[in-house]
Design a protein around this ligand. Structure first.
Ligand code: GAL
Length: 814
């Protein structure tokens, strides 16, 4: 193959300066499932393998099958007394087994005096990487980023081959892990003298209104020492507008070893916060004499925070509580395959809710998420592990812990420690080592590793075994004691622990299905129904968990509470509690938003509390209940206003006011529990604290399904082959009311400069495949995802359904 053609295969060139080239290896991969003896060999014939583009999740295309990772287990942290068969625990998708990826590897500009590195953002899992048939290295943990210097494995010229073997074991996870090269792979070519991967560490040791001190430590590697004489690092700090605001030029002194330290001052710094995510960049250029040897950009933010006994958390001097959610890494219908547009949509929805923090449960996130959180303004708890030495699942991380935990923590911290969004590190979630002798020593060891690599951020862990954790001095070792599902014990933990503050590291775990309402409306634990759905009145929880309101009470009443991270922001694949034993349930019910990213009612309960920018006024349930005439059908209102009056067909049902003296629900919801259903209209009129009517909301009884209505989250997209539009298809009656129980199957056809990528309806018990362009509406709605190609132009999504007037949405890709 010609060199020019090979260059094209490198597709996305990220940075191009004379000194350094960075490429994303996204196209021209061949993939096969199964183990193949000689697949690493350069001349192996992979013609019959599937051609794939990265990021790629080999398992998301299904089919679903309850035998894919059938687990006969007793889940101890769920208080189970005996082992039962769990079919959907990891999502029922075919992610187990071995898979191989291969591609030709052109390394432009490589030759004498050059270095090449392969950087994997994450590979699921047990990656073995081969260049030209020789193994370069391996990395077991599927969530971490890792890199290998491949210089000595490369042939000069263009004729190199890259092969990656991955293997997923059964019973290795408590949720859907995904499979394959599901995050990006980068090729970085530098000079022999260069700044290595994650080679800078930038901190802001002093911040005032007038200035911020910026300390930049930059590593230099010069493996063969050629050209390493007379080195100088020149750094420019630029603000968001690109203006240079500080500069430094520093010679590498013999005493500096292999590291430069530069101290710069930014005057009148713009502080980073979720509300004002101001960013700066430090552009460093490495010179040997007059010759440019390398360039490196470190993006950062300037912000300070404190965790203070009795007072709690403050950012830039302003006290606040984390309004956080826990999320797993999957992107619903896209599986684990990372996609920036999908992440950005998730963050946009969370922002709208007023959420300001994310816990990357229970592992390292994709780097794209961390960068987006910097840009869009979210505070991150970056988490590492779901288990240490003592297993939770048969083939989990415990098998690697002794050999890999330190390496995994070091990579996690080195990759993400320059990001302003990262506020704290978590060394683990509900690790059974809380109860084991020596568990506190392990906690201290891991925390010390993190402190060694980043002394500027505190360390936490999510603890569930509160008695053991306190008794064993596990909880007292941590910088920040985080408790999962323990609002009823916060006062006690506070009095027994030395830190003077507590975090709700995981809260609520309320279960619901979007748009599904069950009667009678009662608070219940582990409640199951024959249709495998949970009620959206937001009163159903697990035996270990709580309704949102119970957590709110403690967060509001105890001044030392740092805030909460709700389990979870979005539904995820796997862990279909309370239907763990009831196939076909295979995705979670915990999300505030469903698997398709559609908000459940609970979204508005949190929005009312968290979004201080615009008011919330939301009514539930839907009002289309043929057959329920005359029966008690409670009406709830989730609102930021203190009080509201409800009308059914114009008749007042009285005024309700939030009350601090009643139940947690009465404090945070307005509830009319005795309403009798009659078709027509329910309407609330909301009042502010001064008693002024300030808002209205109504829900109407819907007629028969009549047409499809399409609502796109974005209509102008980037023609980069990756960008996505999420189009919600609603089945409506002739008047434009949502038909809230409609199950019509809808078909999706994309024409022009786009292609159908996937669909999702949020039904945890549906086995319809995401990538097939048809899907049944669930509670009247489906979301279809259109992906751009690399050609610009108009694209159209047409949605049809039997007996329904079809609809078209037009998109433009540029
Ligand atoms: C917690 C656990 C989470 C999830 C959740 C469900 O115990 O940390 O990963 O399993 O329960 O409520």
């Amino acid at each position: 193959m010609l060199f020019g053609a090979l260059l094209m295969l490198l597709t996305t060139q990220l940075a191009s300066a004379q000194a350094r080239q960075e490429y994303v290896l996204d196209t021209n991969w061949k993939f096969t499932k199964g183990d193949v003896p000689d697949a690493a060999r350069p001349n192996f014939n992979d013609k019959s393998w599937q051609t794939v583009t990265l990021p790629h999740d080999w398992a998301i295309y299904g089919p679903f099958d309850g035998n894919n990772d059938l687990q006969a287990v007793k889940i101890e942290q769920n208080n189970e007394q005996k082992a039962t068969l769990k079919a959907g625990r990891t999502g029922g998708l075919p992610f187990i087994g071995t898979g191989w990826y291969r591609r030709p590897l052109a390394v432009p500009g490589f030759g004498a005096g050059k270095r090449a590195v392969l950087l994997f953002d994450g590979a699921m899992s047990n990656a073995h990487v081969f260049v030209n048939g020789r193994e370069v290295g391996s990395w077991p943990y599927g969530y971490n980023s890792f890199f290998f210097d491949i210089t000595s494995f490369l042939e000069p010229g263009s004729n190199n081959t890259l092969a990656v073997r991955l293997q997923n074991q059964p019973e290795a996870s408590r949720w859907y892990p995904g499979a394959g090269l599901y995050r990006n792979v980068h090729l970085i070519v530098t000079n022999d003298v260069h700044i290595p991967v994650w080679g800078t560490y930038l901190t802001t040791p002093e911040i005032t209104a007038d200035y911020a001190k910026v300390k930049l430590r930059t590593k230099v590697e010069a493996p063969t020492r050629t050209g390493s004489a007379n080195l100088r690092l020149q750094t420019e700090i630029r603000d968001a507008a690109g203006q240079v605001v500080a500069t430094a030029s520093t010679p590498l002194l013999a005493t500096d070893g292999q590291e430069f330290e530069q101290n710069l001052v930014v005057k009148s710094p713009k502080l980073w916060s979720p509300e004002t995510p101001a960013l700066y960049t430090a552009h460093s250029r490495l010179f040997a004499g007059e010759e440019l040897r390398d360039e490196y950009t470190t993006r950062f933010g300037i912000r300070s925070f404190r965790f203070e006994p009795t007072k709690g958390f403050s950012l830039n001097g302003q006290p606040r509580q984390f309004k956080g959610v826990c999320n797993h890494h999957d992107l619903g219908p896209l599986g684990a395959a990372i996609n920036v547009a999908a992440l950005r949509r998730q963050l946009t929805l969370l922002k709208e809710m007023g959420c300001d923090a994310i816990r990357t449960s229970h592992n390292m996130p994709a780097p794209e998420l961390v960068s987006l959180c910097d840009e869009m303004g979210f505070m991150l708890m970056v988490e590492s592990f779901d288990e240490w030495k003592t297993p939770k699942v048969k083939n989990g991380y415990s098998q690697y812990f002794d050999q890999w935990a330190e390496k995994d923590l070091v990579n996690m911290v080195h990759r993400d420690r320059n990001h302003p969004s990262v506020i704290m590190w978590s060394i683990g979630n509900e690790v059974p080592d809380q109860s084991m002798p020596g568990g506190n020593k392990l906690a201290k060891q891991l925390q010390d590793i993190v402190h060694r690599e980043d002394p500027t951020r505190p360390v936490t862990a999510g603890m569930d075994r509160i008695d053991d954790a306190i008794k064993n001095n596990f909880a007292s070792v941590l910088d920040i004691p985080g408790f999962n599902y323990k609002p009823h014990r916060y006062e006690e933990a506070y009095s027994k622990l030395p830190q003077g503050f507590l975090l709700g590291s995981e809260t609520a775990s309320t279960v619901s299905s979007r748009g599904v309402y069950k009667f009678p409306v009662v608070k219940a634990k582990d409640k199951k129904y024959p249709d495998n759905q949970s009620s959206s009145y937001d009163l159903e929880v697990c035996n270990w968990s709580q309704t949102p309101d119970e957590e709110f009470v403690k967060q509001d009443d105890l001044p030392y509470m740092l805030g909460e991270f709700v389990w979870t922001g979005f539904d995820y694949l796997g862990e279909p509690t309370p239907y763990d034993e009831s196939w076909p349930s295979h995705s979670s019910y915990f999300g505030i938003l469903d698997l398709a990213g559609m908000p459940k009612d609970r979204f508005y309960l949190y929005r009312a509390r968290w979004n201080s920018v615009s008011p919330t006024l939301h009514l539930l349930p839907h009002w289309t209940w043929p057959g329920r005439e005359g029966q008690i059908t409670p009406v709830y209102c989730y609102t930021s206003y203190p009080s509201a009056e409800l009308f059914v067909n114009g008749k007042s049902q009285g005024r309700q006011t939030k009350s601090t003296t009643g139940t947690p629900q009465e404090r945070y919801r307005l509830m009319w529990n005795d309403v009798k259903y009659e078709p027509g209209t329910i309407k609330v009129v909301a009042y502010d604290a001064q008693g002024k009517a300030v808002g209205e909301e109504e829900v109407k009884t819907a007629g028969k399904p009549h047409h499809i209505k399409l609502v796109a989250d974005r209509t102008t997209l980037t023609a980069n082959g990756q960008d996505l539009a999420y189009v919600t298809a609603r089945v409506e009656d002739a008047q434009g009311n949502l038909c809230p129980e409609a199950t019509n199957e809808l078909q999706f056809a994309v024409s022009g400069a786009g292609r159908f990528r996937a669909a999702a309806n949020g039904n945890a018990a549906s086995l319809e495949l995401f990538h097939v362009p048809r899907m049944k509406a669930f509670q009247g709605q489906v979301v279809a995802i259109v992906q751009t190609t690399d050609k610009a132009g108009p694209a159209q999504l047409k949605v049809t359904g039997k007996g329904l007037k079809s609809a078209v949405v037009s998109l433009t890709t540029k």
